[in-house]
Write a protein that binds this ligand. Structure first.
Ligand code: XMP
Length: 525
């Protein structure tokens, strides 16, 4: 079997907004990579044993005092290097060239870069011809400073209007710099440039494929747990579902899943999870029907954070109760994915302001004394989805919108009651089914319905109605940190509103939430 980690790209992060995108593009070429901070210790750097190195962009100026620097060891290693934006300027600075602040020559957004000379990175790539007939690339730039003088041994391989040195190459050393961002899709040949670097220049073979990732994970899970049993909290979300499928493939009946139905799930969700995993795949799943316990604990609780705590704590309590009943369980499997790993490394160095305490199953108590196994730790969400499909999970589960841990608990404003949850489930189902029917589901990042416990007057036939209000919410976002309300067609919204009011007598009014994030958040609580 292939060692899929043997060929590996190191991405040194200088704080760029798009560093994770670089990693995703490298993975799309079928090559393993990791992101590490620019000040990675020398021994860790050498131990990483990179096949190639990419230096990311960053918000600083390389000519400022105390600007982040490329570790000297990197410049001594004999492996290909690609500097992007800040990464290119840092190379220039540290190798004896010159970077200058050029207020009038900054470039943000679209630019055209004319390709010059012969080099392995850009040769033959072309979006259009420039005025002189030379090949030119449509790229996305974002820089204030610019390179004025190249270090020895480098040649100019790309020029734009405001950056005469927009790309550089030292062919003997396989060292390249580009002022633009190949990781964003606005740079039309960006994916091709990254592919050239990792496959042609670094010589990686593209072994990081879904099939190989699964084989590797299955072997590694078997080696790690041996004959021990493993416990998994299955939520029905993408990550825990893929972990369940993967662990089941690796260790079959040594895996036991606990699925807690807290009464705050979407319509028929509990039954669907049981059908997919227990009935179709033969996974051992213990379903804990705990609606009553959750609703009793939530009675009278109105504050969103207090609700989150009640739900999170009770979840852990129930999970522990089930775990106590099982013998021989030594491991707890979790669906931690690579962005969680990167973010927790970043947040251990900075202080993030708490907007909402996002309860994830990641918060299970250490008192359980179970060893942790996280088979998705190296994967991005799109990779998790791809292996989910390969493992035979239904597309409707793998490509589902995210659903918060506290479920409908944070979509019913104020106190949670069964009556409200039942109404909300029906309305939400109408909205989601309509999105699917009109082929709009995959064009939005997340869609759901919110229950407002206020009454509003309506009229049906000759009768007056005085009933509840729901709000539809659909957003478009890349990272869920910022978002805009999806511009759903009016006719569509009209149809959904009519269907909801006509088929659910206790709802008299439907609204559409058009707030973006910020200043609103995606969920209402
Ligand atoms: P907000 O509302 O903070 O949501 O803009 C951003 C993303 O996070 C999800 N979310 C949660 N996920 N537990 C979770 O596991 C939570 O308590 C929680 N609150 C929000 C939300 O659905 C959106 O995808």
């Amino acid at each position: 079997m292939h060692d899929i980690h043997a060929q590996r790209i190191l991405i040194l992060d200088f704080g760029g907004q798009t560093t994770q995108l670089i990693a995703r593009r490298v993975r799309e070429c079928g090559v393993y990579c990791e992101i590490h901070p620019w000040d990675l210790q020398a021994d860790a750097l050498i131990e990483f044993n990179a096949t190639g190195i990419i230096l990311s962009g960053g918000p600083e100026s390389t000519i400022a005092d105390n600007a982040p620097r490329i570790p000297d060891e990197i410049l001594k290693l004999n492996v290909p290097v690609l500097g992007i934006c800040y990464g290119m300027q840092a190379l220039v600075n540290q190798l004896g060239g010159e970077v200058r602040a050029q207020q009038n020559h900054s470039e943000f957004g679209y630019a055209s870069v004319s390709v010059q000379g012969n080099n392995a990175l850009l040769d033959g790539l072309n979006d259009s011809d420039d005025k002189s007939g030379a090949p030119a690339l449509d790229v996305w730039m974002s820089h204030g400073d610019r390179v004025e003088k190249l270090p020895d041994g480098f040649e100019i391989v790309g020029t734009s209007e405001n950056a005469p040195i927009a790309a550089m190459a030292h062919t003997d050393k396989n060292c390249f710099g580009i002022q633009f961002h190949p990781e964003v899709t606005h740079t039309l040949q960006g994916a091709a440039i990254i592919e050239r670097f990792v496959l042609d220049i670094c010589g990686c073979e593209g072994l990081w494929t879904p099939g190989n990732i699964i084989d590797n994970a299955v072997n590694s899970i078997r080696d790690t747990v041996g004959n021990d049993d493993v416990l998994l909290a299955l939520s029905g979300g993408v990550d825990s579902s893929v972990v369940a499928a993967l662990m089941h493939k690796a260790i079959g009946s040594q895996l036991t899943c606990v699925f807690v139905d807290n009464g705050l799930l979407r319509l028929n969700e509990g039954d669907r999870v049981m059908e997919t995993f227990a009935e179709n795949m033969g996974v051992k799943v213990i379903r804990v029907n705990a609606e009553e316990r959750f609703l009793t604990k939530l009675a009278g609780v109105e504050d969103p954070e207090a609700k989150r705590k009640v739900i999170g704590n009770l979840f852990v309590e129930l999970f522990e109760e089930e775990a106590d009943k099982l013998q021989n369980v030594k491991w707890l499997a979790q669906g931690t994915i690579y962005p969680d790993v990167i973010e927790s490394a970043a947040s251990s160095t900075g202080s993030a302001h708490l907007i909402k305490s996002h309860h994830n199953v990641g918060g299970l108590p250490s008192s359980m004394r179970l060893k942790l196994i996280e088979p998705l730790r190296e994967l991005f969400k799109d990779e998790v989805r791809r292996i989910g499909v390969d493992l035979g999970l239904p597309g409707s589960m793998v490509y589902r919108h995210p659903f918060p841990g506290p479920g409908l608990g944070v979509r019913i404003l104020g106190e949670v009651k069964k009556e409200y949850a039942d109404i909300l489930r029906l309305a939400d189902n109408i909205f989601i089914e309509a999105l699917i029917k009109h082929d709009l589901y995959n064009s939005v990042s997340q869609a759901f319905t919110v229950f407002l416990p206020v009454k509003s007057v309506g009229v049906t036939g000759d009768g007056r109605r005085y009933n509840y209000v729901v709000s539809l919410r659909a957003v478009e976002t890349i990272d869920f940190m910022t978002a805009r309300a999806a511009h759903l067609p009016y006719d569509f919204l009209d149809e959904v509103s009519r269907n909801i009011c006509n088929s659910i007598p206790s709802i008299s009014r439907v609204t559409y939430d058009i707030s973006s994030k910020p200043p609103a958040t995606i969920e209402w609580e």
